[in-house]
Each structure stands twice: as structure tokens, then as C-alpha cells.
Design a protein around this ligand. Structure first.
Ligand code: SF4
Ligand code: SF4
Length: 307
């Protein structure tokens, strides 16, 4: 086995030990195929008020502009599919936000892996990314063979579905790349047909500015009145285009205790959410990404569902 293959195996084994479910490797190169897609997305304002997405256009397509002498992008998937979901008579929260903020959980694992590489392999210049604007995480995960980008815009792993966080390490180490996998959406259009706000305007093109996730999390102003009655009780994010995807029949519960919700999150009813006050909000979401909207943002969403 070559030294680079050996190093790749060392990194894979340690990543699994740290709790990453899948690991794949790509050559750090310009993402030529994704450039026109990103350009169109921004030109047609599908990012809505998420103006930060306009920054660093070149860097987002070329990892060598993010890390000096970058050679390899290592992609990771980490499962967040819960073993239990919310009370059926409840307002809904996207499953990714049930537990501790994934940025914090994954950042720690990426740092631990970089330290491991430094100790076991040698000096490394590297940088970790978890759902951060400067990198097209799903494009890299696809290139690394971890899955394909489905018509709903999510990364789908054939054996395990799409309820995964995606993260990357860009490093200046030469490591043998894995090949991409082929698309298995076929003739299915379930996500496009079932999206409550018709935000999937064509395969793989989710108009962010029409998506419930955008309205309930990113939008700072009032939710447009033409969206009334379309949210199907989603008060923070939306899982519809993943819940209806046939590949998610293969989802298995995650093994990361930090992603477990506060028990009250599962038992709270619609009425409980409608009457939520700061004390309960702080208790249920003490470490969660839901804190981003603050109680006032969550209440705006709840009131929009009520009116
Ligand atoms: S998250 Fe919900 S609103 Fe957004 S594209 Fe998917 S189904 Fe549509
Ligand atoms: S629901 Fe169907 S079309 Fe949509 S991502 Fe899943 S397999 Fe692809």
C-alpha cells in the first residue's frame, strides 16, 4: 500500500472513531460544472436576503483560494436522523435542529481530526468548514462519492438517505481521490410535487427565496402574506422534500447523543408552542440552532401559522 493510501486509511478510521458516518476524498480543483449554476442562482436572486452568499464567488468555486497549496478536499457526512420525532399534534421543527447546534458539534470533530493528522501524519495546513458560505459542500461530497445531489438539492446517500450534515476539511496533503457516484433520482419527482410552496422550480434548483426554511429562519422581516396557509405547520425549517424522498426509507437513527432533543421538544403540543415563553424557549433550545431566531423570531413564525 502506498504512503498516500495508508494516510487516507488513517484519516478515515479516525474520522469514523470521531463519529463521522461517511468520508470521501477529492482533488482540490476548480468546480467548473458548478460555476454556471451558482452564477444563475445569485443572478436570479434565489438567495433572497441571504446577501452573504454573494461574497467570495471565486473562493467558493476554488478551494485553492481558501487554503494555500490545497491539494485535497475531504468530505464528511454525519447522520442526524432522530430515533423519535415530535408529538403529531404539534407545530414542526426541522429534524436537523432538534439537538445541539451542529456547527459546534462538528467544528470540534474537525479540529480533533486536524490535530490527529498533525500528530500521526505530519505538519498540515488545513481548514475546516461546516455549512459555511465559502464552500459548496454538497458539490464536494458528490465529487467524493458520498452521494448525489437529488432533485430536492440535498445530498443523498444510496444506502442511508439524506438526513446528514455535510462538512469538509481542505488540506495541503496529497491523498488519492474517490470517484463520484451516479444520480439515482430517475423519474421520481416526489420532492417537486410535494413541496408546499413550490420552491423546487426545476430539478436541483431550489429557489431559496420561496422555501419555508428561508422564511422561518433567514428572513428578518414579516413573512409575505401570499404564503399564508402554505406552511403545513412548519415553524422552524421544513423537512417535506426529504420526508417524501424514497431514499430516506433507508434512514437509521443517529448515534450522536449531542443531537438528541430536550425531552420537552418531543412532547410539546401545538398549544404549548402557541403559549411559549422565554423560560421554556431557553430550556428547550439552550444549545440548539433554533436560538438563532430568538424567541421573537419563533413567535413570529407561530403567529403566522395561527392567523
Ligand atoms: S424545505 Fe420545504 S419548502 Fe423548502 S424546498 Fe423542501 S419541501 Fe420545499
Ligand atoms: S424525492 Fe425523488 S426526485 Fe426528489 S430527491 Fe428524492 S429520489 Fe430524487
Amino acid at each position: 500500500m502506498s504512503v498516500t493510501e495508508k494516510n487516507k486509511n488513517l484519516i478515515k478510521n479516525e474520522a469514523h472513531r470521531l463519529g463521522f458516518d461517511f468520508v470521501g476524498f477529492s482533488k482540490a480543483d476548480f468546480l467548473a460544472e458548478d460555476a454556471p449554476r451558482l452564477e444563475r442562482y445569485l443572478k436570479e436572486n434565489m438567495h433572497g436576503e441571504m446577501k452573504y452568499m454573494e461574497n467570495h464567488f471565486d473562493k467558493r468555486l476554488d478551494p485553492r483560494l481558501l487554503v494555500d497549496d490545497a491539494k485535497t478536499v475531504i468530505s464528511f457526512l454525519i447522520n442526524y436522523f432522530p430515533s423519535e420525532t415530535q408529538n403529531p399534534n404539534s407545530l414542526k421543527i426541522a429534524k436537523y435542529a432538534y439537538g445541539k447546534d451542529y456547527h459546534l458539534v462538528i467544528r470540534e470533530k474537525l479540529n480533533a481530526l486536524l490535530n490527529f493528522i498533525e500528530t500521526e501524519i505530519g505538519a498540515v495546513n488545513g481548514r475546516g468548514f461546516v455549512d459555511s458560505a465559502p464552500i459548496l459542500d454538497k458539490a464536494w461530497a458528490q465529487k467524493s462519492g458520498l452521494g448525489w445531489i437529488g432533485k430536492n438539492g440535498n445530498l443523498i446517500n444510496k444506502g442511508s438517505g439524506s438526513f446528514f450534515f455535510v462538512a469538509e476539511l481542505i488540506v495541503d496533503l496529497d491523498l488519492p481521490p474517490d470517484g463520484p457516484v451516479i444520480d439515482h433520482c430517475g423519474t421520481c419527482t416526489a420532492c417537486i410535487d410535494e413541496c408546499p410552496t413550490e420552491a423546487i422550480i426545476e430539478p436541483m434548483v431550489v429557489d431559496g427565496s420561496k422555501c419555508i426554511s428561508y422564511f422561518t429562519i433567514e428572513l428578518k422581516e414579516s413573512i409575505p402574506t401570499e404564503m399564508k396557509g402554505k406552511f403545513n405547520d412548519w415553524m422552524f425549517g421544513c423537512d417535506v422534500c426529504q420526508d417524501v424522498c424514497p431514499w430516506n426509507r433507508f434512514s437509521k437513527p443517529h448515534q450522536e447523543p449531542l443531537f438528541n432533543p430536550h425531552p420537552d421538544l418531543l412532547s410539546m403540543t401545538r398549544k404549548d408552542w402557541e403559549n411559549i415563553e422565554q423560560e421554556t424557549f431557553s430550556k428547550v433550545f439552550s444549545k440548539s440552532a433554533v436560538k438563532r431566531t430568538k424567541l421573537s423570531g419563533l413567535k413570529r413564525n407561530i403567529n403566522f401559522l395561527k392567523e
